[in-house]
Unconditional design. Structure first.
Length: 132
């Protein structure tokens, strides 16, 4: 039997789909507080994005603790429970290899806030008004 080779476009779609499934699984685990860790259970954590490598072996998981929780403590707790998360993701995904998870802070919210502050600066507002 001849093995079908996927085009780069099809492969990237598969990577995106698997990444989204991993994000949903992790979000569900965190929402249902299935992790036996006080810091993780006591904090609302948003899994904002998962980026998979093309071979689906590694996943960068971007998280943001909500309601002003201490980000460093939450990341430390998530990293300590990585084995649990990897086991659950592997069980629910059904892939040949379980992706290795790396939890990272999501800094896109901070960047968006910085840009918003810049746009609201009176000097920038004046320049934008002159262009209109």
């Amino acid at each position: 039997m001849v093995r079908q080779t996927a085009t780069p476009e099809q492969q990237s779609v598969r990577v995106l789909k698997v990444a989204e499934r991993v994000r949903h699984i992790l979000s569900e685990l965190l929402a249902r507080q299935e992790v036996h860790d006080e810091v993780v259970s006591a904090t609302s954590i948003a899994v904002t994005e998962v980026r998979m490598t093309p071979d689906l072996r590694n996943a960068a998981v971007y998280v943001k603790p909500l309601l002003g929780a201490e980000e460093a403590a939450v990341l430390k707790a998530l990293r300590q429970n990585t084995a649990f998360f990897q086991r659950e993701v592997a069980k629910r995904l059904g892939l040949k290899f379980a992706p290795k998870l790396q939890f990272k802070p999501d800094e896109s919210f901070d960047e968006a806030e910085r840009i918003e502050r810049l746009l609201n600066d009176p000097k920038v507002a004046r320049d934008l008004d002159e262009e209109a």
